[in-house]
Design a protein around this ligand. Structure first.
Ligand SMILES: O=C(O)CCC(=O)C(=O)O
Ligand SMILES: [Fe+2]
Length: 349
């Protein structure tokens, strides 16, 4: 079921899209369509005691991550009170005067993708106007992790005078961290590996969270994006979106597909580290956001990666004599640092 978007003026010719990770993709049209290619997966079975039930969820995830790299997770078990509070805190943060937000400017946080990313600073996909969004990112803190006894607070930067903000953010971060850890075992099953294959990778994961604010966009989709076409850096991303819509996913055939909001769901997408670890079996799918909803859009992606010290090496079930390893081996930390430096150096965050 395809329905062409008639609300935006957009090019219809095939154009190459150059991404920061070096990929060049053909895009059929800059318009987006509605399609049912992004499956809705009921993940309640991940908590089952029965391995067959867990494997049944894993098989659906395997299919989705190979075909499109995106799925909706419903019945994920994460209490909505945490996301409600995080959205509330996000709105408080963005409502501050710009000078306050700039005290945390990411330009002053070398080598990390943390801090404040100001509005209309960069154009990720080379559009005429800069991306119409602002964001705040923070990372893993062992001190906040129920699995850790360390007091390490990490190297994120925080507002000094916004009481409740850091707490609200870490409460949601922790809830998502525990869900993501559970999902790591399901992803191992999805790759036909032993369920504990990634257990050593997730004791100290590289889990960062971001809050985003997209004003309503007046410019055409050819001239501007909320966030331009890109892939994420880590293993997988769990996005909590509000009900505005605007997230779009590029299918393998080069068609932009709308990831419409599904109430209570997470949008889960594969990112570049997992693509490398699965030797391209899982696709790290290009996506973008265009907010033409007529209101402010807020979203909360949670970028989940493995321990930075562990090697990003293709898993055995994704390598064979006919399908040798496609990427040089490096640690997740080296890979993520390279991407963060590239993004910040190129000014395309
Ligand atoms: O706002 C969204 O829904 C997605 C944001 C995103 O893709 C990102 O920050 O990497
Ligand atoms: Fe993204």
């Amino acid at each position: 079921m395809l329905e062409t978007d008639t609300t935006t003026t957009a090019t219809t010719t095939t154009t190459p899209l150059r991404l920061q990770n070096g990929q060049v993709l053909e895009v059929k049209s800059n318009s987006s369509v509605e399609a049912d290619e992004i499956p809705i997966i009921d993940v309640a079975g991940i908590y089952s005691e029965d391995i067959q039930v867990r494997k049944a969820v894993a098989e659906q995830i395997r299919e989705a991550c190979h075909r499109i790299g995106f799925f909706y997770a419903i019945n994920h078990g994460v209490d909505p009170k945490y996301s409600e509070e995080a959205f509330h805190q996000a709105k408080r943060f963005f409502a501050q005067p710009v000078e306050k937000k700039l005290e945390l400017d990411t330009a002053n946080v070398p080598d990390e993708y943390f801090g404040y990313f100001p509005m209309e600073t960069n154009s990720r996909s080379g559009a005429k106007k800069k991306d119409l969004m602002e964001a705040f990112n923070f990372g893993y803190a062992a001190k906040e992790d129920p699995w850790s006894t360390s007091d390490d607070e990490g190297n994120s930067v925080w507002p000094s005078d916004l009481p409740g903000f850091r707490e609200g953010m870490y409460q949601y971060h922790t809830a998502l961290l525990m869900f993501a850890r559970k999902m790591s075992r399901i992803f191992a099953l999805a790759l036909h590996l032993p369920e504990d294959a990634f257990d050593d990778y997730i004791k100290k994961p590289d889990a960062a969270m971001r809050i985003l604010h997209y004003p309503q966009q007046e410019a055409s989709v050819d001239d501007q994006n909320g966030i331009g076409a890109h892939t994420d850096f880590e293993c997988f991303t769990i996005v909590t979106q509000d009900d505005s819509g605007g997230l779009e996913v590029l299918s393998k055939s080069g068609q932009w597909i709308r990831a419409k909001p599904v109430p209570g769901s997470f949008v889960v997408n594969i990112a570049d580290c997992f693509m490398r670890q699965t030797n391209d079996f899982f696709v790290s799918t290009v996506h973008r956001v265009i907010n033409k909803s007529g209101r402010e859009r807020y979203s909360i992606p949670f970028f989940y990666g493995f321990d930075r010290t562990k090697k990003l090496e293709a898993v055995p079930t994704c390598v064979s004599a006919d399908n040798p390893m496609r990427y040089p081996i490096m640690t997740s930390g080296e890979y993520v640092l390279w991407r963060a430096q590239l993004a910040k150096g190129a000014g395309t965050y």
